[in-house]
Design a protein around this ligand. Sequence first.
Ligand SMILES: Nc1nc2c(c(=O)[nH]1)N[C@H]1C(S)=C(S)[C@@H](COP(=O)(O)O)O[C@H]1N2
Ligand SMILES: [Mo]
Length: 328
Amino acid sequence: MPLEALRFPITPIGMHYLLIHFDVPIVDAAKWRLEVAGQTTLSLSLDALRARPAVELVSTMECAGNGRALIEPRVESQPWLQEAVGTARWRGTPLRPLLDEAGVDDAGSEVLFTGLDRGIDGGEEQSYARALPLDAIDDALLAYEMNGGPLPPQHGFPLRLVVPGWYGMTNVKWLARIDVLDAPHTGYQNAKAYRMRQHEEEEGVPLTRMLPRALMAPPGIPDFFTRERRIQAGEHVVEGRAWSGHAPVEQVEVSTDGGATWRDAELTDDVGPHAWRGWRTTWSAKRGEHELLCRAYDAAGNSQPEAPQWNLGGYANNALQRVRVVVG
Ligand SMILES: Nc1nc2c(c(=O)[nH]1)N[C@H]1C(S)=C(S)[C@@H](COP(=O)(O)O)O[C@H]1N2
Ligand SMILES: [Mo]
């Protein structure tokens, strides 16, 4: 998502980031079915899912690899700077009642979501699949609409999972089946990928919810090649969005002097409890070079570090955004 799109409370579809491990499956909706396997197996058409109770959910989603390219030494994977985030208005049917209809027994511990896309990752051929603990799916939605229209192919047509607050990989697209498991899933995307590890042999800690982050829409205009920002001296609005998957954002601070001093931004647009929060402040820009930073705090006491912490997957880098602005 180009960072100027932070000015939209709901990200227009063509500006929302995309992360696609394999190929986008081309799905014939008339033939497609969702299998839900609990104690019994349900097979549901798209029409059957649309006939179920519908809810809307505005949810901010961020790739767990957002910020990866800013970690040294560089990790080999999708080289995101800070743009792998977006907010959409999803519409669909709540997951939990569907699981209850399929029958979840007491032994049920995890739910596995499998997509239609196949490929090779870490040397293993696989369908993209991710398991979640049962108690994490209470707010989860099976979405068939995005921003008021049908789910586009690149975002998971005909059906995707949306789990508010969790990093992007959780939100399985092109859903084919859902299985209630009675033992932890050991597939690649849970056991190897999306874990905080320092080396390959380590079991590591699974990534779950998004850490807090504030981002600003870079002020002024960019230089084509360097992307350096240029602005005229005078009063300017500095604005952006901030989110956390752990608790609501309570405070956003801004620095215009490289982090020497900080002041509170005003919190603005609130588009829902699972969405980012708008913020803004004004800046009297004086001639010269300035480094602008912003920092989010959530109600659970989480904030952002000054520098990234290296890890094998280059995940969860919520270090402070720094934007250099030349004022002339
Ligand atoms: N089936 C499937 N689901 C998937 C993926 C994928 O490659 N295949 N990528 C995941 C990752 S890593 C992210 S960050 C989000 C991105 O969703 P978006 O492309 O709609 O923004 O989808 C997740 N769901
Ligand atoms: Mo991701």
